[in-house]
Design a protein around this ligand. Structure first.
Ligand SMILES: NC(=O)c1ccc[n+]([C@@H]2O[C@H](COP(=O)([O-])OP(=O)(O)OC[C@H]3O[C@@H](n4cnc5c(N)ncnc54)[C@H](O)[C@@H]3O)[C@@H](O)[C@H]2O)c1
Length: 433
């Protein structure tokens, strides 16, 4: 009997290693069909999941209905499973180099539990070649087994979009790959059980790894172009969003916007490709330029605001600014690699006093990660307000609301990073990307 039939008959189980934004939905979805072991090194997070709480606040308690997952922080429980899915973080280090610590540690945990006939599928985003060159050797060394004849390996990139309820695990076409034909077929069948949108079989593991990394690299480079355009148009006194609205009327103009590119994917994954390209003696120029532009935008926005404050006759050392939004994108709780933090630290480096507020971010997490707290109540004595993230509750704000936040009821400065209030602000000094 093949692995799929064993999973179906519950004679074999799926394990998911790393129960974060990616791993938890996978564990829950597979648990509607198969036996599932969900493993995470963070016992505190595991405890929450046992109580039907998603530590990342993306899923509701009802999403745990009919999902009998064995949530565990004991790696020896992985021995109960035969189809292992690894979804641990793949960040970059302080020098923008791939940090494979988690994916290699997870490979060691799985390696210890590996039995003949088992499957290991990586979902973490990595550079082309990582699964075969970095991860399989660990699995082989720890297990004493050989990939191919003894156990199968595959790569299936995760393509979910944080905060996006429309495009979810089951409704996005799943790219799968395997170390051989048999692995590919069985991995495709297994994911086919949960993904309704369809399965795309990539010819090799490297192709599947590369496909994922270029999805985010393409977005990064395109957003970088918009950001660069916004720097140029700012000097020309033209509003970028006005330009884009006009240009978009052409059928083949691509729909990208300027903004702060943070988070754990778009601002990170291109560095994985850059790193690997260098091994092949190619030094990517376009990708690195895109990274440079996008990584500079938080500092750029802060400098523009400081210029506006000076132009308004303010003494910078006495100014106070409210920054609205701290997460890396709209309507999520995730603050990792948020470029709003760059904006804030740059303002503070000029001596500006900054209050930060966010309806979704966890104040303790923000304090731990960035060293600044969040305020719930506005002071109503700001010289400027920066709307850094287009969170849903902010979309309703009017000029009167902003005026109410300003010192002496205005006239203050509104920095509108996402161009939400374009054409709606008459009296305040307005600036956007
Ligand atoms: N978040 C997304 O929307 C998204 C989308 C596509 C791809 N990805 C990729 O998926 C991977 C996972 O990202 P994420 O956002 O789910 O990360 P995450 O930080 O939300 O979750 C990772 C989980 O893995 C756990 N963990 C870390 N090391 C472990 C180990 N050795 N063994 C077991 N558990 C371990 C952590 O405790 C955490 O709970 C990354 O490679 C990321 O680039 C993420």
């Amino acid at each position: 009997m093949g692995i799929f039939d064993k999973l179906k008959k519950k004679e074999a189980a799926v394990s998911v290693i790393g129960l974060g934004y990616v791993g938890l939905p996978i564990a829950l979805e597979f648990a509607r069909h198969f036996r599932v072991v969900g493993f995470d090194i963070r016992a505190d997070r595991v405890e929450k999941m046992r109580n039907r709480i998603d530590p990342n606040h993306e899923l509701e308690a009802s999403d745990f209905d009919d999902c009998n997952v064995l949530f565990t922080s004991d790696a020896s429980d992985l021995r109960q499973a035969h189809f292992h899915i690894i979804g641990v973080p793949t960040p970059i280090d302080a020098h923008n180099l791939p940090d494979l610590r988690h994916v290699l540690a997870a490979s060691r945990s799985v390696g210890k539990a590996l039995k003949k006939g088992d499957y290991v599928v990586y979902e973490s985003t990595v550079y082309p070649g990582c699964t075969e060159e970095d991860c399989i050797p660990v699995l082989e060394e720890v297990s004493g087994l050989k990939a191919g004849p003894d156990f199968k390996v595959g790569f299936s990139p995760e393509r979910i979009n944080p905060g996006d309820k429309e495009h979810s695990l089951t409704t996005i076409v799943k790219v799968v790959s395997g170390c051989d034909e048999e692995a590919l077929e069985n991995i495709a069948r297994t994911y086919g059980q949960i993904v309704t949108a369809g399965i795309h079989k990539a010819p090799t593991i490297r192709v599947a790894e590369a496909a994922k990394i270029i999805e985010n690299t393409q977005r990064d480079v395109n957003i970088a172009l918009m950001n660069e355009l916004s720097i140029i148009f700012n000097r020309m006194g033209i509003n970028t969003y006005d330009v884009l609205e006009a240009a978009r009327t052409k059928w083949n103009f691509l729909n990208f916007f300027p903004g702060l590119v943070g988070g754990h994917c778009i601002g990170v994954d291109p560095y994985y490709l850059v790193y690997k390209a260098k091994e092949y003696r190619y030094h990517p120029q376009v990708i690195n330029s895109g990274r440079f532009v996008n990584d500079s935008m938080g500092f750029y926005a802060a400098k523009q605001l400081v210029k506006k404050l000076i132009a308004a006759g303010k003494n910078i050392l006495g100014t106070k600014v409210l920054v609205m939004g701290a997460t890396f994108k709209e309507n999520v709780t995730d603050i990792r690699n948020s470029k709003v933090a760059d904006l804030i630290s740059e303002l503070q480096s000029y001596g500006v006093r900054v209050d930060v507020t966010d309806p979704f971010a966890d104040p303790e997490e923000v304090k731990e990660e960035y060293g600044f707290g969040l305020v719930n109540e506005y002071d109503h004595n700001y010289d400027a307000v920066v709307v850094a993230v287009n969170h849903a509750p902010y979309l309703r704000l009017t000029e009167d609301d902003f005026r109410n936040m300003m010192k002496d009821n205005g006239p203050g400065i509104l920095v509108d990073i996402k161009g939400i209030y374009r054409n709606k602000i008459k009296d305040l000094t307005y600036w956007s990307f």
